[in-house]
Write a new protein. Structure first.
Lengths: 159, 159
């Protein structure tokens, strides 16, 4: 297959996972991670199925891909998602060092189906005092002790 | 114990988890979830240990708490974190419907130890074309099919 056809096939697979999930009472989202033109991780939304608010399709695909290649970074991978990722998943993409994202449905499409990512994007941009949740910063003598331990540990693995 | 003393004890526990983690080559972060004055979930950073970029302390604590109460929402819980959460974890807090957050170290403290959450916050606020990763939107005939399935499924569980 040509590069374009392969891209289409990977995106198609992410969409198929989303459709299957929605039919089986999961959230209507799917994702795959591709490395060297092979799928190394797949996911569909399992929030309600697994009682895990973090179990979005992209996060599950990232977890599976990392497990499969025994690494915590996916530097040379592409994430194909059935839909534009929410801020949790976008942040996970950065933490996973994924350089490339391809998606089909837009955040606006998702909003029409009741998934309002924009609310979270807006909240993240607000200062703590204006966020809708209560946020309290308590100063603590040991607050930085874990960072001191971390920085003095010469065998630490940065991520 | 008074309310304040209990809050101090929960925050202390989150900090202890962070210190223990840093000593054992984990990321220097810890978190606990509290419901009705009892800890129902704990977590420390296991990104490198478990090869999982999403395994931040707060996300692990949320997963454990949800499993323990068999729910995907933590409506009446408080999250105590050793440090101000990154945007992935802040987003997870919203998805989990957690109304209250208490933390000790600041994002600025974390940055000094090499954890630059601000980079991700800044990236999230940028339009796709200006983000540091490649983002491609491909229109697809089936892009909204999973949402149609979802909306027509009367037994769907919203989350």
């Amino acid at each position: 297959m040509s590069g374009t056809k392969k891209t289409d096939a990977f995106l198609q697979r992410a969409i198929e996972l989303a459709i299957q999930s929605a039919k089986q009472q999961g959230g209507p989202f799917g994702a795959v991670i591709v490395k060297n033109n092979k799928i190394i991780g797949e996911g569909y939304n399992q929030v309600t199925k697994n009682c895990d608010p973090s179990a979005h399709a992209e996060i599950i695909a990232i977890r599976e891909a990392c497990k499969n290649i025994n690494d915590y970074q996916l530097n040379d991978c592409t994430l194909y998602s059935s839909c534009e990722p929410c801020p949790m998943c976008m942040s996970a993409i950065y933490w996973a060092h994924i350089p490339e994202l391809v998606y089909a449905a837009t955040a606006n499409d998702a909003a029409k189906a009741g998934f309002d990512d924009q609310f979270i994007y807006d909240e993240l941009a607000k200062p703590a005092s204006q966020k809708s949740i209560s946020i309290k910063h308590i100063k603590h003598n040991d607050a930085n002790k874990s960072f001191d331990e971390w920085l003095s540990n010469n065998t630490r693995k940065e991520y």
